[in-house]
Design a protein around this ligand. Structure first.
Ligand code: TRP
Length: 466
């Protein structure tokens, strides 16, 4: 019996859902502080290059695998006849569970901040440590966020995921534009924009290149089969290459726009830019407070609602990966699969929730070789899943497509719904990237991370010699 999988009702629906997956905390929370750490515009340039040169072809590959097989991340490799390679899918499932387990906690902070700001509690920025330590409050927001996510996913593709994306993505876009228009009128806005836009190429170090690469990959939701899964719901009439280009463009635009919003806000108060993860949660509430009660609530509330929306369309895609696996491979009913997976992931996330102050042991979870200070549990899970599993997954996907599934089959799939692609430079580029650029760069980033973080060996410095 064929199972009823559902699918996106339109190309736009797919683009918005995939862009919703890509646009997330990575764009609005992480991108600005990576820019701050990486010396401003030089990081932005590297990030843009990696998105188009490296990530776009991987995205094409994931969507093609999904659409060709109409299966989840594990089942897709089996359907192609390469059972052994379905290990990539299992790695993806593990990444999805781990990433969502802590991503949901940060999403809960964002939503909690929205509530605090609209109730006029601007001092929340100074109480960030206290807030994350208060596991009962954070736990309640986490449950809320996970329940919302599961609700959407349980309703299926066109009736749940697509509908949410069609509502949230345009709203998100309008919100971000409003915030930018306001932010650039603030004093010192130009200073902020200058820092953001004028590259100082002397700031480009191996470490900056490395973090731009990782950021690009994470931001585009690659390496764990999220886009294999979404791709499996795409119609045969759609042009995969153009869709992937549009998704990449939307994701990159939102990250770039987030900078236009955040740097003027931050510089308006003359604050240091390398504020790290606290840039948004510690610094911004003070900025909103300085706008006065009414405007502060409006602008600040809008900002944290934007952040919550962006996170929400991403948690949806993270939950969909293991859900689709259970639905396809184990014939579990979608609603049951969704709620079970959501509950398991919530439980897996409890130690992450406690590792930001509530539990001493989890907050200083592990001291890795060569590190200066110990990592909390949440950062450790991030290190394993984001920084290690994703590049490994991406590496294996590109090797699989280029050398196992083989280019002629890959290209056949790309040409469905895309007559004009045949023989175009774009197709040649995607092929070259799959065979050489992606495996080399992704394999390298995986190796560098493992050697550096787990063994304390600085491979990057040895290779580049600085
Ligand atoms: N891309 C999202 C962000 O930038 C996070 C995300 C959602 C993700 N789904 C993913 C990352 C799948 C990797 C793989 O916040």
């Amino acid at each position: 019996m064929a199972i009823q999988r559902g699918g996106f009702s339109s190309r736009l629906g797919f683009i918005l859902a995939a862009a919703g997956s890509a646009v997330g905390l990575g764009n609005i929370w992480k991108f600005p502080f990576e820019v701050g750490k990486g010396g401003g515009a030089a990081f932005v340039v590297m990030y843009l290059l990696f998105c188009f040169i490296l990530c776009f072809p991987v995205m094409v590959a994931e969507i093609a695998i999904g659409r060709n097989t109409q299966r989840n991340a594990v089942g897709a490799f089996k359907a192609l006849g390469y059972k052994g390679w379905s290990g990539i899918g299992y790695l993806g499932l593990a990444s999805g569970v781990l990433i969502l387990s802590f991503y949901n906690v940060v999403a809960a902070w964002a939503f909690g901040y929205f509530i605090e700001i609209v109730t006029g509690h601007f001092d929340i920025g100074q109480r960030f440590g206290e807030f994350t330590k208060d596991w009962i409050t954070v736990g309640a927001y986490s449950i809320l966020f996970m329940v919302g996510t599961a609700f959407v996913v349980s309703r299926g593709i066109s009736g749940g995921i697509e509908k949410a994306a069609k509502l949230l993505m345009p709203t998100l876009f309008v919100m971000i534009i409003c915030l930018i228009l306001y932010a650039v009128t603030l004093p010192n806005a130009m200073e902020g924009l200058k820092f953001y836009l004028v590259p100082d190429f002397s700031e480009i170090t191996p470490a900056v290149i490395y973090s731009a690469l990782g950021q690009a990959f994470f931001s585009l939701s690659l390496g764990m089969g999220a886009l294999i899964t979404y791709g499996s719901y795409v119609s045969k009439n759609d042009n995969i290459v153009t869709s992937a280009a549009q998704i990449t463009l939307i994701d990159v635009s939102v990250a770039v726009l987030a900078g236009f919003m955040i740097f003027p806000l931050v510089f308006s108060q003359g604050i240091e830019t390398d504020g790290g993860a606290g840039l948004i949660f510690v610094t911004l509430p003070g900025v909103f407070q300085s706008l006065g009660d009414v405007l502060g609530i409006v602008i600040g509330g809008l900002f944290f609602l934007l952040l919550s929306f962006a996170a929400f369309t991403s948690t949806i895609s993270l939950l969909e990966v293991p859900t689709a696996y259970l639905v396809d491979e184990h014939k579990v009913k979608r609603s049951k699969a969704t709620w079970v997976v959501a509950m398991v992931i919530f439980i897996v996330g409890i130690p992450s929730m406690l590792s930001n102050g509530a539990s001493e042991a989890l907050s200083q979870f592990i001291m890795l070789p060569g590190a200066v200070k110990s990592l909390d549990f949440m950062s450790f899970v991030g290190l394993i899943a984001n920084d290690t599993f994703l590049p490994l997954g991406g590496f294996l996907i590109s090797v699989f497509v280029a050398y196992v599934w083989r280019k002629h089959r890959f290209n056949q799939e790309l040409q469905i719904g895309a007559e004009s692609l045949k023989g175009s430079w774009l197709q040649s580029y995607v092929n070259i990237a799959m065979s050489y650029i992606c495996p080399v760069l992704l394999g390298l980033i995986f190796l560098v991370t493992v050697m550096d973080k787990f063994f304390g060996i600085k491979l990057l410095e040895k290779i580049i010699g600085s």
